[in-house]
Design a protein around this ligand. Structure first.
Ligand SMILES: Cc1ncc(COP(=O)(O)O)c(C=O)c1O
Length: 297
């Protein structure tokens, strides 16, 4: 945690119980993961956004990938849902890599453990992209059995459009470079404004992602909902606080996901000014409250 709200919504919709695991900056807390999956056969899988995570910007280190592939699991049918949604969505000139989970799983004798997917939603056209999946031959055969009942065939014209536009890996890199030139200034604006207002105040910290679509903002414990409400009063729509945790429940009420990709650079800067002031105001209110409580006591 924090994580992607639709993963949580899928599990909630299907009645699958979720257990939050902390992220470390280089992937999940692997000691916690190994303990949980090693002990409990009812734990059947883990969601991972392994690169430029939504929202933390995390890139899983090779050692985290290796441990996920190698770890013993009490459930023989344990699966890793490897949502590599931001595989090529770099925000700097460095195209960060990621260890190959499928190969690692096969190497460690767990070929069927990994289900890898991605899409061109944020490469070509949101709502008209291609979905991609990679898995072992056994998993793909299982998937195709279901898919063939769900749809009679893929949208071949859209596949052709993608091939014509992107051509090959170099074509994807070129398009993503153009996206980066649009997006990087917006992320810089977020960081500049937050730094100007909040650095050194001790009430907030935020991610400085090298890719992906989000900045993860942590505010004073117990004040994220208040920040979102104050921002709303000022006409700034933020993702509701809590969304980055299963069941909408951030136990510290501290995390807010900022998504600067859509508005213009000017609008982003103006909105984040408002957010930063809301963070300061909410933190001041909390401080005053605890001060007053101490005075009464
Ligand atoms: C981690 C992650 N997976 C998947 C998606 C959505 O992908 P698609 O539009 O292909 O469903 C998003 C979009 O925000 C995302 O952040």
């Amino acid at each position: 945690m924090p994580g992607y709200d639709r993963h949580f919504a899928i599990c909630e919709g299907l009645g699958i119980r979720m257990i939050p695991v902390a992220l470390t900056g280089a992937g999940p807390d692997m000691a916690a993961v190994e303990r949980l999956v090693g002990d409990d056969p009812t734990i059947k899988g883990i969601w991972c956004v392994p690169k430029y995570s939504n929202p933390s910007g995390e890139i899983y280190a090779p050692e985290a990938v290796r441990r996920l592939a190698a770890m013993p699991t009490a459930a023989p049918d344990f699966r890793i849902f490897w949502d590599n949604a931001y595989a090529v969505h770099h925000l700097t000139e460095t195209r960060h890599g990621l260890a190959n989970l499928l190969e690692a799983c096969a190497r460690h004798g767990h070929a069927d453990r990994a289900l890898v997917f991605a899409s061109t939603s944020k490469i070509t056209f949101a709502g008209a992209g291609l979905a991609l999946m990679a898995a072992s031959p056994a998993n793909l055969a299982w998937f195709e059995r279901h898919l063939s009942r769900r749809t009679i065939g893929p949208d071949k014209l859209n596949q052709l459009r993608h091939v014509k536009l992107l051509q090959d890996a170099a074509g994807i890199d070129q398009l993503m470079d153009r996206h980066r030139r649009l997006l990087a200034p917006k992320f810089r604006a977020v960081d500049d404004v937050l730094t100007r207002h909040l650095e050194g105040c001790g009430v907030a910290s935020w991610s400085k992602p090298a890719g992906g679509y989000f900045v993860s903002l942590d505010v004073a414990t117990g004040s994220a909902k208040r920040v979102v409400a104050l921002a709303a009063d000022a006409g700034i729509a933020l993702v509701p606080a809590g969304r980055t945790f299963p069941y909408g429940d951030d136990p510290r009420d501290a995390n807010i996901r900022l998504a600067p990709s859509f508005p213009s650079v000017g609008e982003v800067a103006e909105a984040v000014e408002g957010v930063a002031l809301a963070v300061l105001l909410a933190a001041s209110e909390a401080l005053l409250r605890s001060h007053n409580q101490e005075a009464v006591a």
